[in-house]
Write a protein that binds this ligand. Structure first.
Ligand code: AMP
Length: 213
């Protein structure tokens, strides 16, 4: 099964992708996490990607396409995968069509309005080690500032600061949102509201994907 999760920054797609991966035993391909790892390790890709990421812009298509192509060619993707954060532009969507060839896939769009995007992202903190994402208001850690999963320290990503969030949302509306129509025209699009709690959104996701709860 190939699942592509789409939605504005803060729609919860990363959190839902982790749960979906546990449920289906499919690999979770989180392109933002892969890019942050590249930045942290100061690799060639990381050095090129860093300035785009910290300003909330998209990393150039050719870099992300190569990254995803390589990741999807690995053995663990043979039985399917969950793509989180790709494609984010028409060029990436066209490249993905080529990569997938005629393989079947489903796209789920998690929809939330702009006010909620800003509210959620400004309350978002991430683990420096394992990158698990928390929300200070509605998904806090047991011990403040410490990751429940691995004990790592939490921080606010530079691109979760209010000005950058607004820019990220603008980039999303301009470059990524049009893909909703692209996939809808192909009859691939499923949609859930991202406004409920995490459990409600997950249940809705399982429902549209026809996965038994
Ligand atoms: P995310 O963790 O998915 O919110 O992504 C964080 C940042 O990584 C984005 O704001 C972009 O700068 C970059 N990024 C992630 N995925 C992509 C992509 N498919 N294309 C270009 N840039 C991306």
């Amino acid at each position: 099964m190939i699942i592509i999760l789409m939605g504005p920054p803060g729609s919860g797609k990363g959190t839902q992708a982790v749960r979906l991966a546990e449920k289906t035993d499919l690999p979770h391909i989180a392109v933002g996490d892969m890019l942050r790892e590249a930045v942290d390790s100061k690799s060639k890709l990381g050095k090129k990607a860093a300035e785009f990421m910290s300003s909330g812009s998209l990393v150039p298509d050719e870099l992300t396409i190569d990254l995803v192509k390589e990741r999807l060619s690995r053995l663990d993707c043979d039985k399917g995968f969950i793509l989180d954060g790709f494609p984010r532009s028409q060029i990436q969507a066209d490249a993905l069509e080529e990569i997938l060839d005629e393989m079947e896939y489903k796209v789920v769009y998690i929809d939330i309005p702009l006010e909620e995007v800003i509210k959620r992202n400004s309350k978002r903190v991430s683990c420096r080690s394992c990158r698990t994402v928390y929300n200070i208001d509605n998904n806090p850690t047991t011990k403040e500032g410490v990751c429940d999963q691995c004990g790592g320290g939490l921080y606010q990503r530079d691109d979760d600061k209010p000005d950058v969030i607004k820019h990220r949302f603008g980039v999303y509306v301009e470059k990524t949102k049009p893909l909703v129509d692209f996939y809808s025209d192909k009859d691939k699009l499923l949609q859930v509201s991202g406004l409920g709690g995490m459990d409600a959104v997950f249940e809705a996701l399982l429902g549209v994907l026809e996965i038994a709860p």
